[in-house]
Design a binder for this molecule. Structure first.
Ligand SMILES: [Zn+2]
Length: 238
């Protein structure tokens, strides 16, 4: 797996693979700010302004922005420079469909090939996620995001395909960005969505090696963010 693939697959800034270069560090900080929505979709990214904010030189910042272009989180417009990638329902739909295609097949393969170590890792990641989701005052968003990603990564970890994991890493980041927007709009864990029940269904089916059932539950889970946002499409129809 290449260094870029590893970086893309890394989780939040906090537990990311230790960045080796200034450009990698700037990349992770910028990615975090794009995904959490601090850098707004469509916003122009001015190198002169950002280099002071992220405390790097212009060359390093451009290098970091180029990495974000390969994640499709930033767009480049010839001489006109960089922009945060825009969002749209059509894009979310495409992200969702592609993720469903790849992630459900990866889960089926992982269930087929997973050994007892995989089972242990899965139980462990599910327990951590359950702890966060049973917080009576609601899950802490950053911790939830980290444990949710860890759970999803563990589900497919017994499938030996670095390319699938790399592409899913990019798609997950886009889904996370849409979720962050959605979180503010609806509170993702409000009463009309029982996220923990969704995770429990996926977990039970996976650990009992019920491939088809697990794949269906995962599909429903991944599609729900899209469905909720579609219902509210007035909020970002532009
Ligand atoms: Zn999830």
């Amino acid at each position: 797996m290449t260094r870029l693939m590893q970086l893309v697959a890394s989780q939040t800034q906090l537990d990311a693979l230790a960045p080796r270069t200034l450009a990698e560090r700037a990349y992770l900080s910028l990615r975090h700010d794009v995904v959490c929505g601090k850098l707004v979709p469509g916003e122009k990214l001015r190198v002169e302004h950002l280099k002071d904010q992220y405390q790097v030189g212009a060359g390093t910042l451009r290098e970091a922005l180029s990495l974000l272009v390969s994640d499709a989180l930033v767009t480049v417009e010839g001489q006109r420079g960089f922009r945060v990638a825009p969002i749209s329902l059509a894009d979310l739909e495409d992200v969702t469909n592609t993720r469903v295609m790849l992630e459900t097949e990866a889960l089926r393969q992982s269930i087929r090939h997973g050994d007892t170590q995989w089972e242990e890792a899965l139980v462990n990641s599910y327990q951590l996620l359950t702890q966060t989701e049973s917080n009576p005052s609601g899950p802490e968003p950053a911790l939830w995001e980290q444990r949710n990603k860890h759970f999803h990564d563990t589900l497919i970890s017994a499938f030996d395909s670095p390319w699938t994991k790399y592409i899913l890493g990019i798609l997950y980041r886009h889904a996370e960005r849409y979720r962050n927007i959605n979180w503010r709009l609806t509170a993702a864990h409000s009463s009309d969505r029982k996220v923990h029940d969704e995770h429990e269904t996926i977990f039970q089916a996976a650990i009992n090696r019920q491939e088809a059932r697990a794949a269906l539950a995962l599909e429903a889970h991944v599609r729900l963010t899209h469905d909720i946002m579609k219902r509210q499409n007035a909020s970002f129809a532009k």
